[in-house]
Design a binder for this molecule. Structure first.
Ligand SMILES: [Zn+2]
Length: 440
């Protein structure tokens, strides 16, 4: 064989080998694609093709997805509804089942995933997979029916980033072979996008606002110390933490406009955090002092309770003796009272603007209310006409927000403890967050 021929044979061999490899790769890829397609088809198999449930409100608050909706289900003779659930089924046919609260009237079934704003479908617990959400209705004759969802809310698709592991979840309304659906597409990521954080820590006051003062101490300085320490300890655990201020602000700066471009409400909202803890010290006089955790209205209080308990046990603190707004030892929920609502209206009339829709279900504290989006009834604060506008008041993605009154500045027992046992307080808070973020 000539040398030329040998080279030709070798080249032809390599070309054939490459062609085979490319074909093979394409073929396997094609096969996995059609495999996923088949698996997805299987998920949709039991779905009622003639009727869909309408989602008229969906909220991502903290770590949970909440759905409110309705479906037209004409009554059939004496058959009644036995139970209503939301099912999240992934393509491996693994199912998450959620009980719904519901009511049935005039052929319309109205349902909601949770009675508390921080409950519903826990997005932290989903595995890397594609989930499809359906309404499962069980009738009194034991018949089960599944309905897919269509979006009739004004909110569009959104993306959620988990805080306990690095997952990205696309919350997406779409169609599959002509069937409208709500899907949760979970994929692993290496790193959070630049503008996305897990937890926001608000060091309250700052700039020319010192907050409570006692002797040479100011609330603004003390909570900043705590906030930085907390940030560090949470980062050591792998969380990405946003600080509302880091002490670099000018001491004459006025930070009171929460809704300014770089104000607290907007910057915290833009951090896309799941949790927000606002650190404060109480300025009131108290013989006994102690810790007070303020939680949102209509909220499951387990996390607030765990914050209070941890601080009391691990930081040698005590529960506040304050009775007003108290829900449990160390746990408080402050809503608007009738006199607050009257004051708001009077102020609106005085300053010639529309009074906001405030009910006794609206959280009183602005940090809790305003970073919570529609879940907490956020609105443009009417108490001060020099304030700007909360750009996020109508957002269906809200941050689960708490106010931590760590102790009373003028109560020697509390102040000494806060000065001496900073690490214990901070560790107590970190422990509560860890438990909450990884809860099933
Ligand atoms: Zn304060």
């Amino acid at each position: 064989m000539s040398k030329d021929l040998k080279i030709k044979i070798v080249i032809i061999f390599f070309v054939l080998l490459m062609a085979f490899l490319i074909f093979n790769k394409f073929h396997t890829k094609h096969e996995t694609e059609s495999n996923t397609e088949l698996k997805t088809q299987a998920v949709f198999e039991e779905i009622n093709q003639f009727n869909t449930a309408k989602i008229d409100k969906y909220i991502v608050y903290g770590t949970h997805l909440n759905l409110d909706g309705n479906i037209n289900l004409p009554k059939i003779s004496d058959i009644s509804i036995y139970s209503v659930h939301i099912v999240a089924k992934n393509i491996e046919q693994k199912i998450e089942l959620l009980d719904c609260t519901y009511s049935y009237k005039d052929g319309i079934l109205t349902f909601s995933t949770a009675d508390k704003i921080n409950k519903g479908l826990n997005l932290e617990n989903l595995e890397e997979s594609n989930y499809y959400l359906f309404l499962k209705v069980i009738f009194s004759n034991s018949e089960e029916r599944y309905y897919s969802f269509e979006n009739t809310s004004k909110y569009t698709n959104t993306t959620y980033y988990t805080m306990s592991k690095r997952n990205k979840i696309d919350i997406k309304f779409d169609t599959f072979s002509g069937t409208k659906f709500l899907g949760l597409f979970v994929s692993e990521i290496d790193e959070l996008p630049n503008n996305v954080y897990d937890i926001a820590i608000d060091a309250s006051h700052g700039g020319k606002d010192t907050g409570a003062t006692y002797k040479k101490y100011t609330e603004a300085d003390l909570v900043l110390r705590y906030a930085k320490n907390l940030k560090k300890k949470l980062e050591d655990k792998g969380y990405k933490v946003f600080l509302s201020r880091d002490g670099s602000e000018n001491p004459n700066q006025d930070l009171s406009d929460m809704y300014a471009e770089n104000g607290r409400i907007n910057t915290i909202q833009e951090s896309h955090s799941k949790l927000m803890l606002s650190l404060n010290l109480n300025s009131a006089n108290s013989k006994t002092g102690g810790v007070e955790i303020y939680a949102p209205t209509n909220c499951d209080l387990n996390f607030a309770k765990s914050l209070a308990d941890n601080i009391v046990k691990k930081a040698k603190s005590s529960y506040s003796s304050v009775k007003l707004f108290k829900q449990d030892d160390g746990v408080y929920v402050r809503n608007f009272k009738d006199y607050d609502i009257l004051n708001f209206k009077a102020s609106a009339i005085l300053h010639k603007y529309e009074p906001y829709t405030i009910t006794k279900q609206t959280p009183y504290q602005y940090m809790i209310r305003e970073v919570g989006g529609i879940a907490t009834n956020a609105f443009v604060d009417g108490r001060n006409t020099s304030y700007g506008k909360n750009k996020y008041f109508d957002s269906n993605v809200g941050i689960e927000a708490y106010i931590l009154e760590l102790g009373y500045m003028k109560t020697p027992k509390d102040l000494n403890n806060i000065l001496k046992n900073e690490d214990l307080y901070v560790q107590a808070i970190v422990d509560a967050i860890e438990t909450y973020a990884t809860a099933k």
